[in-house]
Design a protein around this ligand. Structure first.
Ligand code: PRX
Length: 681
């Protein structure tokens, strides 16, 4: 399946210097280890596990699973019976065993240039222990769910690791989500406490996070769910932070911020942590105990609580971080993602810390205060490994090479991308302009569900093809299936599936195992179905072609069409809605919404603005519609199913509609073409 030799033509190779020091220095070495990883996973991952501390050893099989719904319940278990603690492994082990206490864990770089601070491994451990004691004093116990709704501050890492230390399950909600989305997630996972902050700036825009958090808690109460403890970090408010805080008010102080305060519910992070002890024995967890829940869009419209467990996730994020970024102890690494998404969980918090790495934690935007900000930060901290999203690359590409070339970038060694397919043009710009042809680009394909990279080049070993995620990571066995579920050989295109688990694969959908089985395992029994399409070329390289379900990828964030549609139809004027993706030069895809209004209602600009606001309030700013079209009727089959394929063509103004013989009323089509929106709302 993987070629014996790396193909020689039309590919790009890493430099000799990189190969000399690399963990995986050649394609042959990759292939040898890959075979070991799939034929003897226990042996391969057992070697990785040797680097970690285990309170007790595992008892059963190293990796046990069933992927076949026809043979019983789907499950994946890794190192069952072993006990450990991931917080201990990423902090105490680094401080005490590896003597990295004085090493910088994070350089925090605020939204405003010059707003910065440094946190060592020892300081991080102290803060985490203190906050773990705070959580315990508030009654949080092993297995309890804790909702975290915070900006990109070091305290977000402190909060998540404090949960992990006491065996509580964190459920982080990206700080761009709305009150409604936060409420839905708090209720679904039945969280007992919420941790938030007063507010933060995104560029020059103030986000009053506490106000949104309060609104979310009110919505929970309205639905008879009570969460009566909310810990708030002062990040922007003017008052002096109390002792023990990592976050002294600096340039970012915002005297105008109105922070509502309810003494019956609200607790101050600083007051609580100020008096907390720095001693906190970790709670030893079973390998398969839950570590966190992270919600991702689901095709029914209701987000799925993806559940990851302790040991498998720890091994997988540690190993992928080390090998995909070819991590060495003198690296300074920067991943620009938000911790509210899986990329931040795996490759800002757990993977880098498990390796004792020094990272940058960035609160701001790539374009604020100007479009050179990224490269300024690269030079400031001498970043060697840099990881970002294709949408950010495309955005910066628009401004040309001059803002990049203002900075030296001589420290850069490896560049990475994640989140969506990268178009070859953006890949080339990243490689040629940002990396000056010296840095391999690792195009990492993975998902919230996979825990870490699953299809990716290894920088010194895999010859690159711009736009291809190349080959599987260790332990991952991909296949391409046709519609009938037959495995395709050689060059082919179809559904991307995986044939066996790796340690980092999700274990269930929180509270709904049936949904887990249905979503990922029912369509093709015996396989994990990614929901992505994929092509394999003559050299065996894999090219991800994008989602083949009702999911859209806007700026690297997955959204389900059903989720946006249900937000639209909740408006009293809307009878029916259908949402499709339309290609967008920066965002990858944009949201094109067709709405059918109730009888007697006229479409106008005011209504359009209301609909847009409605979606922002229901889901968050990331789901704001780009186009809304009044559609008196929608193209449907005779059985009443909306033909989205046809709507996608209309959104793109493509007249070649393919087979429309199942269409109930073809006159609808012309009307829709006539009313197309040409400019974004
Ligand atoms: O469609 C694929 C796309 O993003 C989806 C996963 O989204 P999410 O769970 O939000 O996680 C994003 C960060 C890991 C995938 O199903 N995707 C992610 N990375 C790539 C990609 N598509 C193509 N190439 C990639 N490198």
């Amino acid at each position: 399946m993987i070629p014996d030799k790396a193909p020689g033509d039309d590919v790009l190779h890493a430099s000799g210097d990189l190969k000399k020091e690399a963990h995986i220095p050649s394609f042959e070495k990759y292939k040898e280890l890959y075979i070991k990883s799939v034929e003897s996973p226990g042996e391969f991952w057992g070697d990785v596990a040797k680097d970690f501390f285990w309170k007790t050893k595992y008892t059963g099989k190293f990796l046990d699973y069933n992927f076949d719904v026809t043979k019983g319940e789907i499950f994946v278990k890794c190192m069952e019976g072993a006990t450990t603690n991931i917080c201990y492994n990423v902090l105490d082990r680094n401080v005490y065993e590896r003597k990295l206490g004085d090493k910088v864990a994070f350089y925090w770089e605020g939204n405003e240039p010059g707003d910065e601070k440094t946190v060592t491994y020892r300081e991080l451990l102290q803060q985490v222990c203190k906050f773990a004691n705070v959580l315990k004093s508030q009654g949080v116990k092993k297995g309890d769910r804790v909702s975290i709704y915070m900006p990109m501050v070091v305290e977000l890492v402190v909060a998540m690791l404090a949960c992990a230390r006491i065996g509580a399950v964190h459920s982080i909600v990206f700080a761009g989500f709305s009150a409604e989305s936060l409420c839905e997630r708090i209720m679904d996972s039945q969280c007992c406490i919420l941790i938030t902050a007063d507010g933060f700036y995104r560029g020059d825009k103030l986000i009053n996070l506490k106000l949104i958090a309060d609104e979310a808690l009110q919505k929970c109460r309205d639905k008879s769910f009570t969460l009566d403890k909310c810990i708030m970090l002062k990040h922007l408010t003017k008052e002096e932070a109390l002792s023990g805080s990592l976050s002294p008010p600096a340039k970012r102080a915002c005297p105008d911020l109105q922070v509502p305060w309810n003494p019956e519910i609200d607790l101050c992070w600083h007051s609580l942590i100020g008096g907390a002890s720095e001693e906190c024995e970790p709670v030893w967890c079973d390998s398969e105990d839950p570590l966190f829940i992270l919600y991702t869009s689901g095709s029914t419209g209701k987000p799925k609580g993806v559940l990851h467990t302790v040991s498998g996730y720890m091994l997988y994020t540690a190993a992928t971080f080390k090998m995909v970024f070819d991590y060495h102890s003198d690296d300074v690494y920067w991943c620009t993602a938000d911790i509210g998404w899986i990329t931040g969980h795996s490759y800002i918090t757990y993977g880098p810390l498990a390796n004792g790495a020094t990272s940058v934690l960035f609160e701001g935007l790539p374009t604020y205060p100007d479009v050179s900000r990224m490269w300024e930060i690269v030079d400031k901290y001498h970043i060697s490994k840099f990881y970002t999203a294709p949408t950010a690359i495309r955005l910066l590409m628009k401004y040309g090479s001059e803002p990049v070339q203002k900075y030296k970038r001589t420290s850069l060694k490896i560049l990475g991308t994640v989140g969506e397919p990268i178009n070859p043009e953006a890949w080339q710009w990243y490689y040629n302009v940002v990396g000056e042809k010296k840095c391999p680009v690792v195009d990492t394909f993975w998902q919230t569900e996979t825990g870490g990279h699953v299809m990716t080049p290894l920088p010194a070993a895999t010859p690159m093809k711009p736009g291809s995620a190349t080959f599987p990571f260790f332990g991952v066995v991909p296949a391409i299936l046709n519609e009938s579920g037959e495995e395709l050989e050689g060059p082919s295109e179809g559904y991307l599936v995986f044939k066996q688990p790796w340690p980092g694969l999700m274990r269930t959908v929180y509270g709904n195992h049936e949904r887990f089985e249905t979503t990922y395992f029912k369509k093709f029994p015996g396989y994990y179905v990614t929901g992505d399409g994929c092509r394999r070329d003559k050299d065996g390289y894999y090219w991800i072609t994008g989602r083949i379900d009702d999911m859209l990828n806007v700026s690297g964030h997955l959204l389900s069409t059903a989720e946006v549609e249900s937000a639209l139809v909740e408006h009293e004027a809307v009878a029916e809605a259908a949402v499709v993706g339309r290609p967008h030069p920066v965002k990858g895809e944009s949201l094109y919404c067709f709405v059918t209004l109730n009888d007697g209602i006229n479409y106008n600009q005011k209504l359009e603005a209301e609909l847009k606001k409605q979606v922002r309030e229901k889901i968050g700013a990331i789901a704001t519609p780009d186009y809304i079209q009044n559609a008196p009727s929608l193209p449907k089959t005779r059985s009443g199913k909306i033909m989205r394929r046809v709507l996608r063509k209309i959104a793109c103004n493509e007249r070649d509609l393919g087979d429309v013989s199942t269409l109930a009323d073809s006159s609808v089509i012309e009307q829709l073409f006539e009313n197309r929106c040409c400019t974004a709302v």
